[in-house]
Design a binder for this molecule. Structure first.
Ligand code: HEC
Ligand code: HEC
Length: 475
């Protein structure tokens, strides 16, 4: 709920922008001592308005024991340097994550058969590649597999014919559900580049199935890069809830709240925080994205799709529970690339000060801590730049409908770590529907509770904007 947007940090930010010298960022204890605040150089407004800068994390420890110092060409598919990787299901899970599933029955690949009959991609890695994010919004209005579409009507009910997710691929005998294209129906808002306008999607459904129900809405979801899932999974529910500020009691215009799921679980994964656990996310992905049924979930064939129900399956279930656990083990112990910065670099120090002053850090929280765990992930401070809370991001980013506990305009703060490596791929896109072609445009689309941050970013000088972006790309 947004009331009026106050600008508590902006006075400080403008003060900072007016100050030509590098910001007095307290980078770490030692550097902070070297950079005492020069009272003459700092406008009066700043000391009061600026929150104190917490120490900037050590680039080599951003994900505790999961931090990678080297990753070659595979920043998001490299095991962490910990013993757990050698034990249990990591390498089995890797196979189930990376390998392409095939149609059942398959004598050659009996453990990997059962694809579809309707599906979106043939492997987890197709949508979560080693480089971070797959293609999503392509050239000439083509929509690539990196973007999928949940289907929901009033109350979140699935479409009666097409189910809970649109499947753009199918095996012989079960035609693909739709061809999806996009166009830019409206100009980008002022300041946002045309390539980052809001896409409007069109669905040409397969005639033998019919049309989407008039009340069905398609909710676009871009595949995020997977980093530090094992740490995010281990943040205690109580620690997420403790960050809530639903009534904006501290008056900063930012009022995050935890996603409360049926049964009392707190959601933390996905753009709308609809999944409380890796297990939930993994089994949902197997069912809806690849058409692989587990003990927890059937695939997404509906009663109106008899061919989908009738084609041979890959066993019941198609993936055994032990193998689902192995996939979770694999994701849990994947490494997180170290931060790519020198904390003593004045540009980074200034970008960090601006990130704090623009209140980015109020949602993109710098430090979370895990609770109990049976492995190296217990009681670890780590730096994902998310609070795992839902925030109202305003009408510009809103979906046509809510999902789970999240209202149409509410989104879970996405972690920012690794985003600079993702952005190194010129085809990479940002935000839940992939609309932003650059990190800068992703920030310019912020609204609602983040209006103060959007306005602060827009007010920066080109040098300061570049410093803030350099900091974000260094995480
Ligand atoms: C068709 C593309 C696609 C495939 C295939 C796919 N995913 Fe995803 N994945 C996504 C999208 C899109 C999201 C965001 C979902 C949401 O917002 O609800 C996501 C989210 C996730 C997340 C949560 C990330 C976060 O930051 O919260 C995890 C974990 C994950 N997927 C694991 C898997 C696993 C394991 C598989 C294979 C069983 C898989 N995915 C297959 C597209 C895909
Ligand atoms: C009120 C909470 C909030 C504040 C404040 C905020 N953000 Fe965000 N940020 C979000 C949410 C939620 C999203 C996802 C929105 C969506 O996808 O529709 C997001 C998305 C992003 C993304 C794209 C991430 C991706 O994975 O594609 C970047 C980059 C980003 N924010 C940077 C910033 C910066 C820099 C600032 C400060 C200038 C900032 N944010 C302030 C909540 C916030």
């Amino acid at each position: 709920m947004i009331t009026s947007v106050r600008l508590p940090a902006l006075a400080g930010l403008v003060g900072l922008a007016a100050c030509g010298a590098p910001a007095p960022a307290q980078v770490d204890a030692a550097a902070g001592a070297d950079a005492p605040r020069d009272a003459a150089a700092v406008p009066d407004a700043m000391p009061d308005a600026m929150p104190p800068l917490p120490p900037l994390p050590d680039p080599a420890r951003i994900a505790g024991p999961l931090t990678l110092d080297a990753w070659g060409a595979q920043p998001f598919l490299t095991p962490a340097p910990i013993d757990e990787v050698l034990q249990g299901g990591f390498s089995i899970g890797r196979e189930f994550f990376v390998a392409a599933w095939v149609a059942a029955p398959s004598a050659q690949r009996p453990n990997l058969d059962g694809l579809g009959p309707l599906f979106h991609a043939t492997s987890c890695a197709a949508c979560h590649p080693a480089t971070g994010r797959p293609a999503s919004l392509g050239a000439n209005g083509a929509v690539a597999p990196g973007l999928l579409f949940r289907l929901a009507g009033p109350g979140g009910a699935p479409d009666p014919i097409f189910g809970g997710q649109l499947q753009p691929s199918g095996l012989a005998g079960a035609p693909a559900e739709a061809t999806i294209t996009y166009a830019y129906a409206e100009a980008a808002p002022p300041g946002i580049t045309p390539a980052s306008a809001r896409p409007v999607f069109a669905f040409a459904t397969e005639p033998s199935y019919g049309a989407l129900a008039a009340t069905t809405r398609a909710l676009p979801r871009m595949s995020p890069h997977l980093a530090g899932m094992g740490l995010l999974e281990r943040v205690p529910d109580a620690a997420i809830v403790a960050r809530e500020d639903p009534l904006d009691a501290d008056g900063d215009g930012i009022s995050g709240r935890a996603a409360r799921l049926p049964g009392g679980a707190i959601g933390r994964f996905g753009w709308k925080a609809v999944q409380p656990s890796l297990r939930g996310q993994t089994t949902a992905a197997f069912a809806a994205d690849i058409g692989i049924a587990s003990e927890d979930r059937a695939d997404d064939c509906t009663a109106a799709q008899p061919a989908c129900l009738a084609l041979p399956n890959g066993g019941a279930p198609e993936i055994a529970s032990a193998d689902v656990r192995a996939v979770d083990t694999f994701q849990r112990y994947l490494g997180v690339p170290r931060a790519r910065r020198d904390n003593a670099d004045p540009v980074i120090a200034r970008g960090y000060a601006l990130f704090v002053a623009a209140r980015c850090i109020a949602c993109h929280a710098q430090t979370l801590t895990t609770g109990d765990a049976p492995d190296a992930l217990a009681h670890v401070d780590f730096h994902p730049y998310t609070d795992l809370l839902l925030h109202d991001m305003g009408p510009g980013l809103a979906d046509p409908l809510g999902e789970g506990d999240a209202a149409a305009a509410e989104w879970r703060t996405p972690p920012l770590w690794g985003l600079g490596l993702v952005a190194a791929d010129p085809a990479a896109r940002f935000l839940h529907d992939g609309r932003a072609a650059t990190l800068a445009d992703a920030i310019r689309w912020h609204g609602g509770e983040a209006e103060v941050s959007r306005a602060a970013f827009a007010a920066l000088s080109p040098d300061d904007a570049a410093a803030l972006l350099a900091f974000v790309a260094s995480l």
